[in-house]
Design a binder for this molecule. Sequence first.
Ligand code: DMJ
Length: 597
Amino acid sequence: MTTPALLPLSGRRIPPLNLGPPSFPHHRATLRLSEKFILLLILSAFITLCFGAFFFLPDSSKHKRFDLGLEDVLIPHVDANKGAKNPGAFLIHGPDEHRHREEEEHLRNKIRADHEKALEEAKEKLKKSREEIRAEIQTEKNKMMKHAWDNYRMYGWGHNELRPIAKKGHSTNIFGSSQMGATIVDALDTLYIMGLHDEFRDGQKWIEDNLDFSVNSEVSVFEVNIRFIGGLLAAYYLSGEEIFKIKAVQLAEKLLPAFNTPTGIPWAMVNLKSGVGRNWGWASAGSSILAEFGTLHMEFVHLSYLTGDPVYYKKVMHIRKLLQKMERPNGLYPNYLNPRTGRWGQYHTSVGGLGDSFYEYLLKAWLMSDRTDHEARKMYDDAIEAIEKHLIKKSRGGLTFIGEWKNGHLEKKMGHLACFAGGMFALGADGSRDKAGHYLELGAEIAHTCHESYDRTALKLGPESFKFDGAVEAVAVRQAEKYYILRPEVIETYWYLWRFTHDPRYRQWGWEATLAIEKYCRVSGGFSGVKDVYSSTPAHDDVQQSFFLAETLKYLYLLFSGDDLLPLDHWVFNTEAHPLPVLRLANTTLSGNPAVR
Ligand code: DMJ
């Protein structure tokens, strides 16, 4: 088994930013190595000693025991001289006995040697300086990211994504026809947070030299906003490098023509050169999508904050005002809204795809405003109440799930995307209308359901969507829903729940997912999605999604780090896991910037 690259230890801290207009001080991460390391190292040595360190040591005697199939007999035998008292000794008689004793003795010596080696290694570690220990731990925790990044660097550099099996570049229509290095931009802050500074600088250099938005290419406004603008802003806030802010603003200017519609609800796509916008052909009645035009607020408020130009803030507040005025069937927001007429399309409501991050951004707008944007908080609370009433149910087997509302009917199906809501409920618990305990519990129930969707597969990785229908619970039924494309939402929820409860089950579940990704998604050229999580020999889809580096690996890293790495009262993660600082603007004024309330 490959040794996964994450260990449950943390020594780095990215402190809160002290945001104070008008100038924006940048901050670099300060590092702290806790004394806990030493204790944890000693502890881990003893765990190794006692249990063979199945997961952590490359050469584990436990593997050998399994191979020989003698585990049941051998494990109770600690001292050969006491064989007569050993129940296992009665199992083997006659001519085999001598050979068996030799094998037993051999294995015992092997185990002893392994244990001594582990102790020696622990002693060696204790002789090292803090910096050396920190570097070693960082290296272990970074291994998955290094594998994903190094292969992208080698085979897909400058392309949007990587085909890790074909070992070449890859792209989808969300990024248009140009190669805009989506993986580089999406991965930057993860590299920074993990302390992979050479790789970070490499990415920065590519951006300085190559990232150009004056291209004749039609891109998704939503995807470019959450991955590129979000990624560039987070890289700027973490590193203080001006280039990221400059590129974020250049790109945002190119997105503005998408808002030139009769209602101000933006088109789904815009041509970066011509500024011509349009919607997806598949969207109901030419509609724009709630989760797309409703997931711009965080980045656009930061853009106004950083530039002093109110235009971005005005665009997203206009969307909010328009939504507030609209009638909502059963208090629910439909996923489709026509940007020409300002009318809803199909009455389809979802906390998964097409709806998801709209709700997330209402909550995060409030958090990001240092909890002063009460309007956003009220919209979130109202929306969540309606969702709970109409969409959230318990299955016969007691699993809480979030269904989808389609024309007055609840479809008992939950998407992998909707699993992010466990973390959202937990994050929004504090500040809710006297229901903090309830929402934390609800978040935990969703986390449990999503874990079940992983646990009920052959690979221990979750399907794209799963049903609750009669005897079927948390299992995908249709072949087309059985894939796993390296998505982050379940691990994201584990991480939030871990931060708020410190219940060890979330780290355990995160570790299970890590092992499964290592086992089934790692290939020589990076990481790939799989086509069927119920097949023990799944085919790969040959795509390393940029969000795997931006989100999945970042959330895993954070799950196994301390709470002082990006504390949640100072940082708010956009929907692509790019951390943006809380804006503490209550008593300050920026001339011309209405982002200041
Ligand atoms: C990411 O790009 C974002 O999390 C987005 O909000 C929806 N899902 C993908 C990853 O699954």
